[in-house]
Design a protein around this ligand. Structure first.
Ligand code: PXG
Length: 408
């Protein structure tokens, strides 16, 4: 017998760790920008699994590649060569201007890879004394959830109860290039940064920030490593968000959309000199670069280019931001973003972002709050103008309804 939504949610609550606080909806199907719940209700997905579903749900071309490869050879480990890995990584490098890539699965694993590369580069190439290497990161950063990565976080909850942490971390304010220059010392290996901070609430740094950081890093022989797990692959209206400032980082981290919305596929990419610090046995992953991931990753990149999803993101993101700017709601404290990567900051005196998301859900739009004050709008890049118009009408209605409630 089919379960009711409440039974399904209760089952998950009973058996799943309580490490998330999902909206009360049970999704069963997805196609393009839409997902459906178990009662058949349709929702416009304005969150895209934090940009993992940039291609839209179950893209037919990607599902075909996945199915064909799954029926041929799915997993064989890196103990052997496989047919598509070279082609996949060649395409990733060519599109991003990097020399070499190390394939992993989740974003956090690719960030870990970057940290290991940066440290080893510091010791073997830069000449930093053993165990002294430092990584500079920014307040508000989000790079994942492993112990080494939460050690980089400025968010107390991400660290609480998980110590002790590895050292060699310096935190500086985001958006402040002078702070970067002051923090750099002889032992600095790398500056790890998100070109736009996602989890912090779509925080766009001042214009010219990344460019200045790149110059400072170059001057001090420090690696600039861009975490583009969320901002990369078209999300902000350029293939890489670094391109908005003409910056080419020394190391680049990709994930999420690299798996075409079907699989966890990530990679750390870098200049040859950096990647060459890895020798056999230094680092790896059972599933990283498996045949299924390589086939889907390659097709995901080709689809992104063929469907001009980056241009769509630039054009439709500007369109969405413009329409939202016209709303003039007292609930909106600020609007920010680039491409289809937009945050609506809700005035906490008027409402909580979670309530806005709940009301949007009732109107057929799925989104997710960040840090209690920001509603994130990052739909699949295949969204159309008509679908944006539909969404903005509903967002407007929700904001009016909630403003009236707040005033009463
Ligand atoms: N870097 C950035 C910039 C991210 O947004 C990661 C690294 C980690 O990726 P994985 O694949 O390990 O999750 C992210 C992830 C969450 C959550 O609840 C994660 C992200 C965004 C919002 C919530 O874990 N982004």
């Amino acid at each position: 017998m089919n379960k009711t939504p409440n039974q399904t949610i209760a089952l998950e609550n009973q058996y799943c760790a309580h490490n998330y606080h999902p909206l009360p909806v049970v999704l069963t199907r997805g196609e393009g920008v839409y997902v459906w719940d178990d009662a058949g209700n349709r929702y416009l997905d304005m969150m895209s699994a934090y940009s993992a579903v940039s291609h839209g749900h179950c893209h037919p071309r990607l599902v075909k590649t996945l199915s064909e490869q799954a029926g041929k050879l799915a997993v064989c480990s890196r103990a052997f060569h496989s047919e598509k890995l070279g082609a996949f990584l060649k395409r990733t490098c060519e599109l991003t201007g990097m020399d070499a890539a190390l394939p992993m699965n989740t974003g956090a694993e690719a960030v870990e890879t970057a940290l290991k590369a940066a440290r080893k580069w510091a010791y073997k190439v830069k000449g930093v004394a053993a165990d002294k290497a430092e990584i500079i990161v920014c307040t508000g950063n989000f790079h994942g959830r492993t112990i080494a990565i939460v050690a980089l976080s400025s968010e107390p909850q991400y660290k609480d109860g998980f110590g002790p942490f590895p050292g060699g971390v310096k935190l500086i304010p985001y958006g402040d290039a002078t702070a970067l220059e002051q923090a750099i010392g002889p032992n600095t290996a790398a500056f790890l940064v998100e070109p736009i901070q996602g989890e912090a609430g779509i925080v766009v740094p001042p214009a010219g920030y990344l460019k200045k950081c790149a110059e400072i890093c170059k001057r001090h022989n420090v690696l600039l490593i861009a975490d583009e797990i969320q901002t990369g692959l078209g999300r902000t209206g350029k293939l890489l968000a670094c391109e908005h400032e003409g910056v080419k980082p020394d190391g680049l981290i990709l994930g999420k959309a690299l798996g075409g919305g079907l699989l966890p596929v990530s990679a750390f990419l870098a200049r040859r000199e950096v990647m060459d610090v890895f020798t056999p046995g230094d680092h790896g992953s059972t599933f990283g670069g498996n045949p299924l991931a390589a086939a889907v990753g390659l097709e995901a990149l080709d689809t992104l280019m063929d469907e001009k999803l980056t241009d769509r993101s630039a054009e439709l993101g500007a369109y969405l931001l413009d329409k939202l700017s016209g709303l003039k709601s007292p609930l909106i404290k600020s609007l920010r973003g680039k491409g289809l990567f937009i945050g609506i900051e809700i005035d906490p005196k008027q409402a909580r972002a979670r309530q806005v998301c709940e009301r949007l859900m009732a109107q057929g739009i799925l989104s997710k709050e960040t840090h209690e004050t920001v509603v994130r709008l990052a739909p699949p890049l295949v969204i159309t103008r008509g679908q944006i118009d539909w969404a903005v009408e509903r967002i407007a209605a929700v904001l009016i309804e909630m403003a009236l409630k707040a005033a009463s």
